[in-house]
Design a protein around this ligand. Structure first.
Ligand code: GKR
Ligand code: MG
Length: 424
């Protein structure tokens, strides 16, 4: 009987995969991005899989939480959650959000709960013969739309650890338009986001204007990751008002965003100033934000994301999804939950086009007209490719990166880079 199946083993494998020289508010991506792949094995020989942050502090809390799953039924999500909350504590004083994924130690418990929940839902789906989305109440859409996520970038990494990627340099408005054209030709995305907070706001606005001209009618977003002062964000608003669908985290803090909201007709979106339920309440009371970018990896899982979606509906907020560098297991988890959320009002973010490697059987997941088709096979609908896992784990062992540090990486290009924020 399904009720008699228990969890017998949990395996945590850190991996590293190639990542482009992508610029952001904190500095620049390192040549290797880290993730952890978690396998949850049951007494009847099944394996549920999950993907999460792979930095050292995260590996430590995962290791600490591993024994909590042993002996549990894969259906016991509530008990799993209680056990994790009782054992895994936030690091006192840790910041709620940083650009470096995984390092927000204030969210240790939700991050672990999310990791285990995805693997357990994968198991539940395999046991009952249903896709994860059906366990979440069923799909309200057959496929999930993602946006073309553009980055300012250098042509190659300092020190050339491997051959440069095929994207070339992305600095000028013409290069950013070319990047969008290539990404849309490859994947069919129907909306575009530019990661800003890198150059003077005037340059970033010019890039958005060039995109608006090259892609008339395509929804556009700009995300300076809180690297613009309130004054700079207000100054840029009139030009952006004409062309964006939303203005994402231009300036730090709920107060700053609430003040900016008075100077723009654009909805303000965030994955930075609302990252807890307390922020949610304050943000709504202040009218600071109109679109929430959820992320199951740190909000506590797929079911917590659904709760958040219901709260967004109640408070009249739009909803989209945030992303960091990730592979196919995360993409599928995002796709299942996004398919189950009626009020997904915008295409989700994904860094996936920037990743060349994969850890799932069959290789890279396909986009059809910018969307991922929701699997109908049992569980997450993807399986681990063990050979690929071994290769990416060997890369982890060799690469030497253990915590994402975009600031120090940037200082290798420019030793005077201050990392001060907001910088403009
Ligand atoms: O990977 O450089 C990046 C992004 O800037 C990422 O760290 C952010 O968390 O994509 C994210 C965002 O929307 O803020
Ligand atoms: Mg963002």
């Amino acid at each position: 009987m399904a009720r008699d199946i228990t969890i017998t083993h949990v395996r945590i494998t850190p991996i590293a995969f190639r990542d482009g020289p992508l610029l952001n508010a904190a500095g620049i991506h390192e040549p290797w991005a880290l993730r952890a792949i978690v396998e949850i094995e049951t007494s009847d020989g099944r394996v549920g899989i999950s993907e999460t942050y792979g930095d050292e502090p995260m590996l430590k809390v995962l290791e600490q939480a591993r024994p909590l799953l042993i002996g549990l039924s894969p259906f016991a999500l509530g008990t799993m959650e209680e056990r994790v909350r009782a054992t895994i504590k936030a690091v006192p004083g840790a910041v709620e959000f940083e650009l470096a994924p995984g390092s927000h130690a204030a969210k240790n418990a939700p991050k672990v709960i999310s990791t285990f929940e995805v693997g357990m839902l994968d198991l539940q789906g395999q046991i009952v013969g249903a896709p994860v989305v059906d366990l979440l109440g069923g799909a309200v859409r057959p496929s999930v739309p993602y946006s073309a996520y553009l980055f300012f970038k250098y042509a190659e990494h300092i020190g050339n650890p491997y051959a440069p990627d095929a994207w070339g340099e992305g600095i000028s408005p013409a290069q950013i338009v070319a990047q969008a054209q290539r990404m849309i030709a490859l994947y069919g995305f129907q909306s575009i986001k530019l990661k800003g907070g890198v150059f003077e706001p005037a340059h970033e606005v010019a890039c958005m204007q060039a995109l608006a001209q090259a892609f008339p009618g395509v929804p556009l977003r700009l995300d300076p990751n809180a690297n613009w002062s309130l004054a700079a964000s207000i100054a840029a608003a009139p030009a952006l008002d004409e062309i964006l669908e939303y203005y994402e985290d231009p300036t730090p803090g709920l107060e700053g965003m609430a003040e900016l909201a008075k100077h723009t007709r654009l909805p303000l979106a965030t994955n930075m100033v609302i990252t807890t339920m307390e922020d949610f309440r304050k943000g709504c009371e202040m009218g600071a934000v109109k679109v929430l970018l959820s992320d199951h990896h740190y909000w506590g899982g797929l079911r917590a994301t659904q709760t958040l979606a219901r709260m967004c509906r109640l408070w009249g907020l739009g909803m989209s999804m945030h992303s960091n560098s990730h592979l196919g297991i995360s993409l599928m988890a995002m796709t299942h939950v996004a398919a189950s959320v009626p009020n997904l009002t915008y295409a989700c973010d994904t860094h996936y086009p920037w990743q060349e490697e994969e850890v799932v059987k069959g290789g890279r997941i396909r986009f059809e007209q910018g969307s991922v088709v929701v699997p109908t096979t049992p569980g997450l609908g993807v399986e681990l490719d063990r050979e690929a896992l071994a290769t990416l784990h060997a890369q982890y062992l060799e690469c030497g990166v253990r915590n994402r540090d975009d600031l120090q990486q940037m200082r290798r290009y420019d030793p005077s880079f201050s990392g001060k924020t907001p910088r403009f």
